[in-house]
Design a protein around this ligand. Structure first.
Ligand SMILES: Nc1ncnc2c1ncn2[C@@H]1O[C@H](COP(=O)(O)OP(=O)(O)O)[C@@H](O)[C@H]1O
Ligand SMILES: O=P(O)(O)OC[C@H](O)CO
Length: 507
């Protein structure tokens, strides 16, 4: 349908990128260029050490606001949108009442470690590796299943309501999809295969819920969403919303969306996203590859009825959020971006290393007993060196994951494609290239997470013809090449590895 007042209306694709730090709404054109973008941060709630929560109502309100604002920013109307996609922070868990839409508890965020004891008990019962063989995931506080169990066990009356069929569980994609397609008035309760693959409840081969694991975790199947492909029209968005009657054509976990948006379409192609955490994913094709070096096996994406594509993933819990900690907890920088100038005022880290094991250590070491440490301090060290150590921590953790990925895949990385909020930091990108000794490449369109969701949605409605359009639209924006001597590289990385050992056994 075109509005008679429009002159040659170009149709566009919208994407909602609901991340750990903020929620964005973006609009893309056929070339994959950003037409408009709006973003709102939400509260990070820390009820006690190791607990991290978000308010689902605040996130839903922010989603509505940025969706309305992005149309206005682009001077567009909803009928200009051919489709909308959703991408989201993964594993973060919401349980809500299907008749009122009211969450029974805050969202428990993927960084939260309150389920550590439950994971120990589950591991003791059946052995941690049993979950990995079926779900591709190690038993860890990171994943949604144990978080659902915590809510059922610890929020009064919730288990009874769940067993009556009154409650819905979902990750952020489900929560937003349900609300955006009508909520209590007909909202659809779905999740896509990539998000389902982060719950520790889905069988990687059948792409369906593993009823035995659901039973072991005491999670009623009635509260689980239906699992859908990452690309395919799911429903029309609610008539009274910001994008009325626009087809919802794609859903992907944000790291899978970034992998898709970076055109990692063939086995061996990989990207690293520098966001609240860092997430390195390598496409491994239509067969899951199981890691021997501490990486996850996950669904990369599934387009319509095609065979799913799988990925090896290295998940790092704390990278960009360490910069937030420097800003919010220590007050050393007014904005996240200021960390670069502060770090640049020191020529090196002065021997200081910061191991940000705030949620334990994820890939490749998986040490839930670890906690954050700063080592190597002398009277010489000051806030400049601390800022540098904060940035270097992202680069060292990324090198650990890449070494594991190369060992698992047998594929030596020749260049690292990067994206996410931290990659505007040129000092970090140069250091990353130095410490890896490979070039680091940032695309012209850095918002590859939202772009990946837009591509999934656009493919579902024929706005783009094939994923090859993604490859054609991908363009190199900036490249950093190694400029560090091998001796310095080895000295720094040895210092990091020694520092990490001091973070163990502190939980
Ligand atoms: N110039 C910068 N240097 C380093 N970190 C930055 C910079 N700008 C933003 N960040 C960090 O990037 C993160 C936000 O990145 P983003 O990809 O939007 O996160 P998410 O998708 O997890 O919400 C924040 O943790 C912030 O501290
Ligand atoms: O919100 P991001 O971009 O940091 O991504 C968080 C991941 O999805 C957690 O698995």
């Amino acid at each position: 349908m075109t509005d008679a007042t429009d002159s040659a209306p170009q149709r566009y694709i919208a994407a909602i990128d609901q991340g750990t730090t903020s929620t964005r709404a973006m609009i893309f054109d056929h070339a994959g260029q950003v037409v408009a973008s709006e973003q709102l941060e939400h509260r990070q709630i820390f009820p006690r050490a190791g607990w991290v929560e978000h308010d689902p109502i605040e996130i839903w309100r922010n989603t509505r606001r940025v969706a309305a604002a992005v149309l206005a920013a682009g001077e567009l109307k909803p009928h200009h949108l051919a489709a909308c996609g959703i991408t989201n922070q993964r594993e973060t868990t919401v349980v809500w009442d299907r008749s009122t839409g009211k969450p029974v508890y805050n969202a428990i965020v993927w960084q939260d470690t309150r389920t550590d004891r439950l994971c120990e008990e589950l591991g003791g019962d059946v052995g941690a590796d049993r979950y990995r063989e079926r779900t591709g995931l190690p038993l860890s506080t990171y994943f949604a299943g144990p978080k659902v169990r915590w809510i059922l066990d610890n929020v009064d009356g919730v288990r009874e309501r769940a067993e009556r069929g009154d409650l819905c569980f979902g990750t952020m994609d489900s929560w937003l999809t349900w609300n955006m397609t009508g909520g209590p008035d007909g909202g659809v309760h779905v999740t896509d295969v990539t998000n389902a693959s982060r719950t520790m409840l889905m069988d990687l081969r059948t792409l369906d819920w593993d009823l035995q694991i659901c039973e072991e975790l005491g999670i009623p199947v009635s509260m689980l969403p239906a699992i859908v492909s990452s690309s395919g029209v799911i429903a029309a968005l609610r008539t009274g919303g910001s994008f009325p009657d626009v087809p919802l054509g794609g859903i992907l976990g944000d790291q899978q969306a970034a992998t898709f948006g970076q055109a990692c379409l063939e086995p061996g192609e990989a990207k690293n996203t520098y966001g609240t955490g860092n997430f390195l994913l390598m496409n491994t094709g239509t067969e899951p590859v199981f890691s021997e070096h501490g990486l996850l096996t996950t669904v990369c994406y599934r387009l319509g009825d095609e065979p799913a594509r799988y990925a090896l993933e290295g998940s790092i819990a704390v990278t960009g959020s360490l910069v937030q900690w420097l800003r919010d907890n220590l007050g050393l920088i007014p904005t996240a971006a200021d960390v670069e100038d502060l770090a640049a005022r020191a020529e090196d880290n002065g021997g200081v290393y910061f191991v940000p094991a705030f949620s334990g250590l994820f890939a490749p070491r998986w040490r839930p007993d670890a906690r954050g440490v700063i080592v190597g301090l002398t009277r010489y060290a000051d806030k400049r060196h601390l800022a540098r150590a904060v940035l270097e921590a992202s680069a060292y953790q990324t090198r650990e994951v890449i070494e594991a990925m190369q060992a698992d895949s047998g594929v030596a990385l020749t260049t690292l494609k990067v994206d996410g909020g931290m990659v505007v930091n040129e000092l970090l990108m140069q250091f990353q290239s130095d410490i890896l000794d490979v070039p680091v490449v940032r695309p012209v369109v850095n918002e590859t997470t939202a772009l990946g969701a837009a591509y999934a949605a656009g493919l579902a409605v024929g706005y783009w013809d094939s994923p090859e359009d993604i490859r054609r639209n991908w363009a190199e924006g900036q490249r950093w090449s190694p400029a560090m001597g091998q001796d310095e590289r080895d000295t720094l990385y040895d210092g990091w590895n020694r520092a990490v050992t001091h973070s163990f056994d502190l939980a």
